[in-house]
Design a protein around this ligand. Structure first.
Ligand SMILES: C[S@@+](CC[C@H](N)C(=O)[O-])C[C@H]1O[C@@H](n2cnc3c(N)ncnc32)[C@H](O)[C@@H]1O
Length: 533
């Protein structure tokens, strides 16, 4: 529930909804199906949403948004008032971080890992900051903005971790999400690229005649910048596709192209009504991007009273929380856990040190040196790895089938372990026969890989302050089963990560058992070489 509109009295909420609907349907080319309705879902901590008021067949057009009603660089009057900002380098100023399980890298706002020197330069805008400026400009125009009834229903407060207190963030414990919140970086970006631009162009941002006393001070502008940035994160669409994406989908191998809501792209925009749809990993509607308009279509029959749901992609609970400020049980199948290379390296060292017959200490400093050399030469060395389950894509009706299952370690992790063990072997040389022989044996190397990863995973689980069992108890006590408070959502995220650690450990143990079996068989059947001898 990123949208904490809970404090708005029901009457006002309804009135805002009504005004917005009237505004939307008055847009030339806009349509809104007679059997759907915008509703107050705050009792479910879901803000506004759209439900069916009568059964709706599959492939029905639910509503149509003319492109002229979208708030973006093409339609915003700001682009005409400050053209130099919009003509600058269109490339994002930040190299976006991208979780391994999502498609492209270029779809994120600044994060701690991708802070950039350009952050100091108010002239060097990107599509993300430009859309913040566009929204700020419209907001500051007040009722004279063409989008005023739409802007008035956008949330004022968010439940994304960006707005959590230190104590609330601490509930995430050892989740990798904590490092991705990036509040300080966002502050810096908003101060230099947003606040500065507004302050330097007050005549453009405020309607003519706005007295100085009614203009926002730096602190208020910073707050407004954060609010608009978060609204973009949870509401904006990627408008890059001019063609109806039904055609694109046919070309897509994976079938579903999720709506890049919250994505960052040169053609990002706010799409009124499309962004009133809530979303889940099991969904029943899709937004098609046509040349003149965007269309929401039902993917299957929708029952009377059923909520109409869009799709944000196969996001983990942590990512859903970070971008949208909510979690749902259906997204848990996409949960992931990040394991730092340091933990894996530690596990591998212990395995090597445990090789039977080892005579000498391995010179780990030398191994480190070799690895550093390799890093410089090959340039590919991961600091952490994302462990995830294998899961079928949703079908053409937005349904998912089968269980998501942990099926194996990331290939890059196995490759990196291989390279690491090669370095160990090189350093040991012939200095320790037992170790050299062991590292020369494929089966033993696999044993070391599995044992090392198992140890790393066990240590990873130990980094969380509470056990999975303790978390499960908290979750079992949640009324209605879906976490909605910040504390509940944090427990949900950390428990999801612990579950996947446990599944990965079980998978590794199974592999280890099979390896032992294989080794036993090898012993029973002397190799061809030995038989010849
Ligand atoms: C694009 S908006 C959808 C409309 C939104 N409910 C509103 O009232 O404006 C996305 C936001 O809606 C909320 N949301 C979306 N799907 C949800 C769901 N399945 N359950 C709860 N909240 C949801 C989250 O707060 C998210 O940040």
């Amino acid at each position: 529930m990123a949208t904490t509109t809970d404090t708005v009295p029901a009457g006002d909420f309804e009135q805002q909804t009504q005004k917005f609907l009237e505004w939307f349907t008055s847009q030339p080319g806009a349509t809104f199906h007679k059997d759907i309705k915008l509703v107050d879902l705050r009792d479910k901590s879901a803000g506004r949403g759209i439900i069916a008021t009568a059964p709706i067949p599959a492939d029905t057009t639910l509503f149509t948004i003319p492109r002229a009603s979208i708030l973006c660089a093409t339609t915003s009057p700001l682009a005409k008032k400050l053209p130099h900002l919009f003509k600058g380098p269109a490339e994002p100023t930040v190299a976006e971080e991208s979780p391994s399980h999502t498609a492209d890298a270029d779809d994120e706002p600044p994060s701690p890992e991708n802070d950039d020197d350009d952050a100091e330069d108010s002239q060097s805008q990107d599509s993300w900051t430009l859309l913040i400026l566009i929204l700020m400009h419209e907001y500051l125009q007040g009722s004279s903005s063409n989008w005023s009834p739409y802007l008035s229903i956008l949330p004022h407060q968010f439940d994304t971790p960006m707005f959590w207190t230190e104590a609330e963030l601490a509930e995430l414990q050892a989740s990798a999400l904590v490092a991705k919140v990036g509040k300080d970086e966002a502050d810096k970006m908003i101060r230099t690229k947003i606040v500065k631009v507004v302050q330097e162009n007050e005549d453009v941002f405020y309607p003519a005649g706005t007295p100085k006393t009614q203009r926002l001070d730096e602190g208020e502008l910073l707050k407004l910048g954060h609010r608009m940035g978060s609204a973009i994160m949870a509401y904006a669409f990627d408008l890059a596709k001019e063609e109806d994406d039904d055609e694109d989908e046919e070309e897509e191998e994976d079938g579903w192209v999720e709506d890049k809501i919250g994505g960052m792209n040169d053609t990002m925009g706010m799409v009124p009504m499309a962004d009133m749809l809530n979303a889940d990993a099991v969904f029943n509607a899709h937004i098609n991007h046509g040349e003149a308009c965007l269309t929401a279509t039902s993917l299957r029959e929708i029952k009377e009273g059923e909520e109409i749901l869009n799709y944000y992609g196969p996001l983990s609970s942590a990512e859903l929380l970070r971008r949208y400020g909510y979690v749902t049980p259906n997204h848990a199948r996409y949960d992931v856990v990040e394991v730092g290379w340091g933990l894996v390296e530690g596990g591998l060292k212990k395995m090597v040190e445990g090789i039977k017959g080892r005579k000498k200490e391995v010179d780990w400093a030398k191994v480190e040196e070799l690895v550093e050399e390799q890093k410089e030469e090959e340039g590919e060395w991961e600091d952490s790895f994302v462990l995830e389950r294998q899961s079928e894509d949703p079908d053409s009706e937005g349904q998912v089938h089968g269980e998501a299952e942990f099926m194996g370690l990331p290939e890059e992790l196995e490759e990196q372990v291989k390279t690491y063990l090669k370095a160990v072997k090189k350093v040991v040389g012939t200095g320790d026969r037992a170790v050299a022989e062991a590292l020369g044996n494929k089966t033993v190397r696999k044993e070391i890989l599995l044992g090392g990863v198992r140890k790393a995973l066990e240590e990873r689980e130990g980094q969380y302050a509470t056990s999975l069992e303790e978390d499960e108890k908290v979750l079992a006590g949640i009324e209605g089963g879906r976490p909605t408070t910040r504390k509940e959502m944090a427990v949900w995220v950390r428990a999801g990560e612990k579950r996947i650690i446990r599944e990965a450990v079980a998978w590794v143990k199974k592999q280890e058992k099979e390896l032992i079996k294989e080794k036993g068989q090898e012993k029973d059947e002397p190799s061809a070489k030995r038989r010849k001898a």
